[in-house]
Design a protein around this ligand. Structure first.
Ligand code: NCD
Length: 309
């Protein structure tokens, strides 16, 4: 049986192209399962998963929970705002206490970059990174590529522009790694203050003119401005940001081709994207959410294969 080359899902940068192919093949199977009247399989009846969210989340948390339930795993949920972290407990102590309750897999969202890697060196459980600070968000990038593959037949050779706050976005970095691994061409577009200086050194094109970027691409993945991670002003005003980098229907219709519109959510309607674009037939935003469950089922299933039971 084919297996992943990794013991944890800490970031796309640790995966091979074969790993991504295996995850997608497995997700194809689970996508079929979740479209059946009975959306559940007994595969992981002997597995216990803890969802540890030290940062807010709607989609990702619900998507992981649903994926786990559809695999028949036992689950426990933890969110930092209601926990003893506020009483001064360290991350390792918190997690070791949870593990002593016989947990096999940890899904971790944490504000610190590298939190998953750190934990994987200290505890005995499989770890899935559900977003670590501004670093990586591997399951989001996998579901994004899977959605492109579903819509356009393949990722290889496609031109994808990631638009907006690249600097603070873990979705951007994981997408760049995933798209490049599969042979797509990647461009970023946004205010120059929100584009990291190193980006061209990793083979990513930079364009600050939105219309030119959209005219170049097959797919536009639009990101939210991550105000909560900004401690200074990166652009003069939200109004100016919207004027220069917001996508509306008029702009979309002015292109000489029909591009695919994506967004990881949460959307700020009227800021980076207008409602008539988000809800248009070019948008695959809700397909991304649907595919998220199948992708997360695939990852959990494949990592669970590697547990000695
Ligand atoms: C993203 C995240 O949390 O990094 N959302 C998500 O997981 N769907 C993007 C964001 O918060 O803007």
């Amino acid at each position: 049986m084919k297996q992943l080359s990794v013991e944890h899902l800490l970031g796309i940068k640790y995966l091979t192209k074969q790993d991504i192919d295996l995850i997608f093949e497995t997700a194809d199977h689970f996508k079929e399962v979740i479209n059946r009247p009975i959306k559940k399989v007994p595969s992981l009846r002997d597995i216990t998963i803890a969802n540890l969210f030290f940062e807010n989340s709607t989609r990702t948390k619900l998507s992981f929970e649903l994926a786990e339930k559809r695999l028949s795993a036992d689950i426990i949920n933890f969110s930092a705002s209601q926990s003893s972290v506020k009483k001064g407990e360290t991350l390792i102590d918190t997690v070791n206490n949870i593990l002593s309750m016989k947990v096999d897999i940890i899904v971790l969202r944490h504000p610190n970059e590298g939190a998953g890697v750190f934990l994987s060196n200290h505890i005995n459980a499989k770890i899935i990174n559900a977003g670590d600070g501004t670093h990586e968000h591997p399951t989001q990038a996998l579901l994004d590529s899977y959605s492109i593959r579903e819509k356009l037949g393949s990722v290889k050779g496609k031109k994808v522009v990631i638009i907006g706050d690249i600097l603070h976005s873990r979705v951007a970095l994981s997408n760049i790694f995933a798209l490049q691994l599969q042979g797509a061409k990647v461009m970023v577009c946004g205010p120059s203050t929100l584009i990291p200086k190193y980006i061209s050194s990793i083979g990513v094109q930079v364009e600050t003119n939105l219309k030119k970027a959209l005219q170049w691409c097959d797919v536009a993945n639009i990101l939210r401005v991550q105000n909560e991670r900004m401690h200074t002003n990166y652009f003069p005003s939200t109004r100016e940001y919207t004027q220069l980098f917001g996508i509306d229907k008029k702009l979309l219709d002015s292109l000489d081709k029909k591009i695919v519109i994506m967004h990881p959510g949460p959307i700020n309607r009227g800021v980076e994207i207008t409602s008539d674009v988000a809800d248009s037939e070019q948008s695959i935003i809700l397909h991304q959410v649907e595919n998220g469950v199948a992708i997360r089922m695939a990852i959990i299933y494949l990592l669970a294969q590697k547990i000695n039971r």
